[in-house]
Ligand binder design. Structure first.
Ligand code: UDP
Length: 315
């Protein structure tokens, strides 16, 4: 099958492309490299069934495909706060373009949405039928409102045009290929721990997240796209194991054998959600999916990957 991955040079997109190639598909990765990097594609660049196209998804494009994974968008808080307009447009105009292409080629479509559409949730853990608690004019709204609009557009194409479309809401994930400079919790804590620099916990430190290892997440994306009967469906994908940010700092420091201090800092943005944990009952039942990689196993893999990168950077 010919598969198009928008945002294919990003953290998740590059892992997804590699997995799709392994499954025997022809893969086209589309990316404008705003926050993605071709370095992420190095392991698959020479693959005979792989093609990279540098293109901004907000502009029309004509790439025949039988399945379209729409991942293109800055996704880390630092990334979308730095590029708010590009983020809002990737999720509005960009989603429109990806949907129009899918409609033209009768392709299956997957919208990569986010747990951020739940905002600072008043319901915990978050099931798919929770509508969220989002600040529509806050600094994060370029992303969370952008993704909410993308979900609405996806459902229009599903209802009006019968497009074979589904939505996944991706909770925090981590692993190799994450950008060490994107400001997210795991890249920050791991690079700080390895360099012996202070580990920066943003106030209050009691806020929680549930971290999913990237290989599990990619498995969920593929099941959501290819499991029969998922059209029109919405699925949370994430790991329900929940910890405080301070606990993650302590775990990373221990696993990296680091003597870094743990220090408290102000968060990079207002509206930092205080709790986040997916209810994955639906993904378990409909997709037969659940995460398999434990936190310590995944963090050790990630620490090792960052350690090698930092060693190379020092040479
Ligand atoms: N965080 C932190 N220190 C850091 C980076 C992040 O304490 O150096 C916190 C952040 O305030 C948030 C959580 O970790 O509560 C997850 O942040 P991230 O940027 O990874 O993603 P988010 O879940 O906010 O989209």
């Amino acid at each position: 099958m010919r598969v198009l991955v928008t945002g294919g040079a990003g953290f998740l997109g590059s892992h997804l492309c590699a997995r799709l190639l392994g499954l025997g598909h022809d893969v086209v990765a589309l990316d404008n490299l705003l926050t993605g990097s071709t370095t992420n594609l190095d392991p698959i660049r020479a693959h005979p069934r792989f093609q990279f196209v540098r293109h901004d998804v907000t502009e029309p494009c004509d790439i025949p495909a039988e399945a379209v994974f729409h991942l293109a968008s800055p996704a880390s808080p630092e990334g979308y706060l730095r590029h708010p307009l590009e983020t809002a447009l990737a999720n509005s105009n960009g989603t429109r373009q990806a949907l129009a292409l899918s409609h033209r080629y009768h392709a299956s479509f997957l919208m990569a949405s986010t747990s951020e559409i739940y905002g600072d949730p008043l319901v915990h853990p978050q099931p798919e039928d929770y509508w969220g608690n989002v600040n529509p004019i806050g600094p994060r709204s370029c992303y969370d409102e952008g993704k909410r609009f993308a979900e609405a557009l996806t459902m229009i194409y599903y209802r009006q045009y019968g497009l074979d479309a589904r939505i996944v809401r991706i909770f925090n994930c981590y692993g190799p290929h994450s950008d060490p400079h994107d400001g997210r919790i795991v890249p920050n804590f791991v690079t700080q721990a390895l360099a012996g620099r202070p580990i920066t916990v943003y106030h209050p430190g009691t806020q929680t997240r549930s971290l999913c290892y990237v290989s599990d997440l990619v498995d969920g994306l593929i099941r959501a796209m290819f499991t029969p009967g998922t059209a029109g469906g919405v699925f949370n994908l994430g790991n329900p194991e929940e910890h405080t940010v301070l606990e993650y700092a302590e775990t990373v420091r221990r696993l990296a054998h680091s003597s870094s201090a743990i220090v408290f800092r102000d968060p990079v943005s207002a509206d930092d959600p205080q709790r986040r944990r997916p209810d994955i009952t639906r993904a378990r039942q409909v997709l037969g999916w659940e995460p398999r990689v434990g936190l310590e196993e995944g963090l050790l893999e990630t620490i090792e990957w960052f350690r090698q990168r930092l060693d190379v950077a020092r040479v």
